[in-house]
Ligand binder design. Structure first.
Ligand SMILES: Cc1cc2nc3c(=O)[nH]c(=O)nc-3n(C[C@H](O)[C@H](O)[C@H](O)COP(=O)(O)OP(=O)(O)OC[C@H]3O[C@@H](n4cnc5c(N)ncnc54)[C@H](O)[C@@H]3O)c2cc1C
Length: 382
C-alpha cells in the first residue's frame, strides 16, 4: 500500500542507510543481547556517530534538524527488524523532547549534544510500584533544602534503567492538598547523583535485550538547576507529551504487524503439508486476508496521524485511539501469524516468536488499553 506521507528522496535514502546500518552493526548480535538482557553501550555511540540519535535536534546541538519522518523511519525499521528492545525511539522522541521543550538554554546546551552523540542515554521515570495507570498517586517526593532538591522514593519498570546517564524523574513537590495537576515537577537525575541507585534488570517475557529496571532515590541531592521547567508543572508537561509518546508507539506497532504479515506470507508459501503449500489452504488465505485488511486500516490511520502531528495539530484523542487499536491489532496479528508457523512459531530462533512476545507489552506501557478507553470516553463526554 502506497504511503500518503510527504516522503522525499532524502527520506528514502535515510531509510535505506538506516536499514543497512542496523543490519551491519546489530544483525545476529541482537540474539546474544537478548541472552545478556542488555545492549552494549557502544551501540548507542554508533547510533550517535551515524546521526540516528535525536536527528530532529538543532544543528547547534549536533543534530541535523531533520523532520519527524526521520523519527518515524528509525522506529519503523527497528520494529520491522525485530529489534524492539533497543529503545532509541524512547530516547529520541519521548525523553529528549522534554529537555528540548522545557529546558532552559543552559540545560539544552548542557545535555542535548550528549543525547545526539550517544554519550548520554536517556530514560523517563514516572511509574512507581503503587502508581502505574494512576500516576496522580505517585509518592516520590522532592523537597527544596539549602538550595538543593532532595528526592526520596522508588520508580519501577524504567526502560533504559541500567544504561541511562540521565533520567527525567517525576516527583511530588506539592503538599497533600495541592491538586494533582499542580503537585508534580520534573527533575533531571544524572548518573552518579548522590543517593541514586538502580536495581538489577527486571526479567521479562519479551523485550529481552531491554534493560528495564527499578530506580531508588534515597535523599538524592540535586542541584537547583536540575529542575526541568517550572515547579508544579510536571503533570501538565507529562500530559502535553503524551500525543507524541502514544503516536510513536502506534508507529512501531503498525510496522511490526506489517512485518509479521510479510514473514508469515513467505512462510506459508514455502511450508508444504498434505501435498501442497500451506498458503493454498482456504483457512490460511482467509486468516492472512483478514490480517492484511487490518494492517491496511492501521496504516491509513497511523499515516493520517503522522501527517496531522507534523502539521502541529492537536490529535490527542485520535492518538489514544491509534495506541489502543493498533497495539491491540499488532498483538492479535502476532498471535495469529504464530499459529500459522505451527510448532516452529513457538521456537525462539524463529523471528515470529520474538514479535509475539515483544508485541505483548505494547498494550500495557505508555498507558494501557483500558486507560486509552478511559481517555477516549472522556473525549466523548461520557
Ligand atoms: C517493559 C516495560 C517498560 C516500561 N517502561 C516505562 C518507562 O520507561 N517509564 C515509566 O515511567 N514506566 C514504564 N513502564 C510502566 C508502564 O507504563 C506501566 O506498567 C503501565 O502504565 C501500567 O501500570 P501498572 O503496571 O502499574 O498497572 P496498573 O496501573 O496496576 O493496572 C493494572 C490493570 O488495571 C487496569 N486499569 C487501570 N485503570 C483502570 C480503570 N480505570 N478501569 C479499569 N481497569 C483499569 C490496567 O489497564 C491494567 O489492566 C514500563 C512497563 C513495562 C512492563
Amino acid at each position: 500500500m502506497e504511503r500518503t506521507l510527504p516522503i522525499n528522496e532524502e527520506h528514502v535514502i535515510f531509510r535505506e542507510s538506516f536499514r543497512r546500518f542496523i543490519g551491519a552493526e546489530i544483525g545476529d548480535r541482537y540474539a546474544d543481547w537478548e541472552h545478556e538482557g542488555i545492549v552494549p553501550r557502544g551501540i548507542w555511540k554508533s547510533f550517535g556517530e551515524n546521526g540516528y540519535l535525536c536527528p530532529w535536534a538543532a544543528e547547534e546541538y549536533g543534530g541535523s534538524a531533520a523532520d519527524y519522518l526521520c523519527s518515524v523511519i528509525i522506529t519503523e525499521e527497528l520494529a520491522r527488524a525485530g529489534m524492539a528492545s533497543l529503545f532509541v525511539p524512547l530516547h529520541n522522541d519521548i525523553v529528549a523532547p522534554y529537555i528540548d521543550a522545557y529546558g532552559t538554554d543552559e540545560q539544552r546546551a548542557r545535555w542535548l549534544p550528549g543525547c545526539v552523540s550517544g554519550d548520554i542515554i536517556l530514560a523517563v521515570a514516572m511509574t512507581e510500584p503503587e502508581a502505574g495507570s494512576d500516576l496522580a498517586s505517585m509518592k516520590t517526593t522532592a523537597v527544596k533544602k539549602n538550595g538543593r532538591w532532595i528526592l526520596n522514593g522508588q520508580k519501577t519498570f524504567i526502560s533504559n534503567g541500567i544504561l541511562s546517564d540521565l533520567v527525567v524523574v517525576a516527583a511530588r513537590t506539592g503538599g497533600a492538598d495541592t491538586p494533582a495537576n499542580q503537585a508534580m515537577s520534573l527533575f533531571v537525575v544524572e548518573r552518579g547523583a548522590e543517593g541514586f541507585t538502580r536495581g538489577a534488570p527486571i526479567k521479562k517475557i519479551g523485550l529481552k535485550a531491554q534493560d528495564t529496571a527499578e530506580l531508588f532515590f534515597d535523599d538524592c541531592a540535586l542541584p537547583e538547576e536540575n529542575l526541568l521547567g517550572t515547579e508544579g508543572m510536571g503533570f501538565i508537561y507529562l500530559m502535553q507529551k503524551l500525543q507524541p509518546e502514544r503516536l510513536i508507539c502506534a508507529v512501531g506497532a503498525e510496522a511490526a504487524a506489517e512485518r509479521c504479515l510479510e514473514i508469515t506470507v513467505e512462510y506459508a508459501k514455502e511450508r508444504r503439508l498434505f501435498g501442497k503449500p500451506l498458503s493454498k489452504f482456504q483457512n490460511t488465505q482467509f486468516v492472512l486476508a483478514e490480517i492484511a485488511a487490518e494492517v491496511a486500516v492501521g496504516r491509513s490511520f497511523v499515516d493520517d496521524l503522522i501527517r496531522a502531528h507534523m502539521a502541529g495539530k492537536s490529535v490527542m484523542n485520535e492518538t489514544c485511539m491509534a495506541k489502543l487499536w493498533v497495539t491491540e491489532m499488532a498483538r492479535r496479528v502476532a498471535d495469529r501469524c504464530l499459529q500459522i508457523f505451527g510448532g516452529y512459531g513457538y521456537c525462539s530462533e524463529y523471528f515470529i516468536a520474538r514479535f509475539y512476545v515483544d508485541a505483548r507489552i505494547q498494550t500495557i506501557y505508555a498507558g494501557t488499553s483500558e486507560v486509552m478507553k478511559m481517555i477516549i470516553s472522556r473525549f466523548m463526554g461520557l
